[in-house]
Design a protein around this ligand. Structure first.
Ligand code: 8YV
Length: 335
């Protein structure tokens, strides 16, 4: 227990920029993880003893079983926009606030989505592997001929901030027709800004030349793209997933790629990552990256800063900057 004048204790689960650790140390007793060791749930629970807050990186599972062992915990601050590692209902029931880090990664992540789309459509990884293997002997008219990007139809599933930033790139940078599908239709003004047209999921899958997944993960969207959906897509289409593993049925996708049911895919996220479905490693027409869509130093630092802002805001000043369940916590307190 902190005494009246002592600083609250917080846990930093992973290695992070030194200046972020220093910012935390100015306000808290900090237990950090400079060696970047992997902690299982039991180790995490042990290290959370006596901690009021935890800085998390989007993968540490915060559920009822863990929270029951950590009665002092008040806040879990993710440095990521996605928060499917949080069981928010369990956190609310345990009186624990969850926070995420939206906005600061939007443009960087949208850049990466586009990079993956271009690399996939234009077969950049596949052709580089060919060149590095010493197999490039001479030019031929159809060598690594890929899919057109400019002027084609881009279908975006999940039209939050990142989806909108990708739509703007597609429409304004590449002259694409943009169609989108989302839980709810956007305001007409936002649609006009993104030059995007709302369609049903089936129409999107049938009409898009490139399908980009940017929706947040929840059990309700598990396998949004499975064998049935892949069958609806054009045989020439590409599929890009920068959202979360589990949104695509990776085994079904590997089969669709192997049988050329669709032309190619670009994946930054995987079911059960960091494991990658072995069948995906066997097919040439997929670009695979290790969950790096937000990985630039400036953006990762900004994301970490938001997590620190939330810890300081909540534990020192009583108000987090990007809370996820504050209304539910209030309702519980007053209900
Ligand atoms: C993270 C992300 O880098 O913010 C998110 O939700 O997916 C990425 O920006 C990743 O989650 C790290 O685990």
């Amino acid at each position: 227990m902190p005494t009246q004048n002592s600083k609250p204790a917080v846990l930093l689960t992973r290695a992070i920029f030194p200046e972020i650790v220093e910012r935390l140390r100015a306000h808290f007793e900090v237990e950090s993880n400079p060696d970047d060791a992997s902690w299982d749930a039991a180790e995490l629970a042990r290290r959370l003893q006596g901690k009021s807050g935890v800085f998390t990186t989007g993968v540490e599972r915060m559920d009822a079983a863990l929270l029951a062992q950590c009665p002092m915990l008040k806040i879990c601050a993710n440095m990521t926009v996605g928060y499917n590692n949080f069981d928010l209902d369990a956190m609310t029931a345990a009186g624990v606030l969850g926070t995420n880090a939206p906005d600061v990664l939007t443009e960087t992540t949208a850049d990466f989505g586009f990079a993956l789309l271009l690399a996939t459509a234009r077969r950049i990884s596949e052709s580089e592997r060919f060149l590095r293997a010493g197999r490039w002997q001479r030019w031929s008219y159809d060598m690594f001929s890929g899919a057109e990007v400019h002027g084609t139809t881009l279908g975006i599933i999940g039209m939050g901030r990142i989806g909108q930033a990708i739509a703007r790139r597609g429409a304004m940078g590449f002259g694409m027709q943009v169609v989108y599908h989302n839980r709810s239709r956007l305001d007409a003004a936002v649609e006009a800004r993104c030059q995007a047209r709302y369609v049903g999921k089936e129409e999107l899958l049938r009409s898009a030349d490139h399908v980009m997944l940017v929706l947040p993960y929840s059990s309700g969207v598990h396998h949004t793209i499975g064998a049935a959906e892949l069958t609806l897509m054009k045989p020439s289409a590409t599929l890009i997933n920068i959202a979360r593993g589990g949104i695509v049925d990776d085994a079904a996708l590997a089969t669709a790629l192997r049988t050329k049911r669709i032309a190619a895919a670009g994946l930054d996220v995987y079911e059960g990552e960091p494991r990658v479905h072995p069948d995906l490693l066997e097919v040439p027409n997929v670009v695979l990256t290790p969950h790096i869509a937000s990985a630039t130093p400036g953006t990762r630092r900004a994301m970490a800063d938001v997590a620190v802002d939330n810890l300081i805001g909540y534990l020192v000043h009583g108000k987090a900057v990007t809370p996820l369940n504050s209304a539910a916590l209030e309702a519980l307190r007053h209900g």
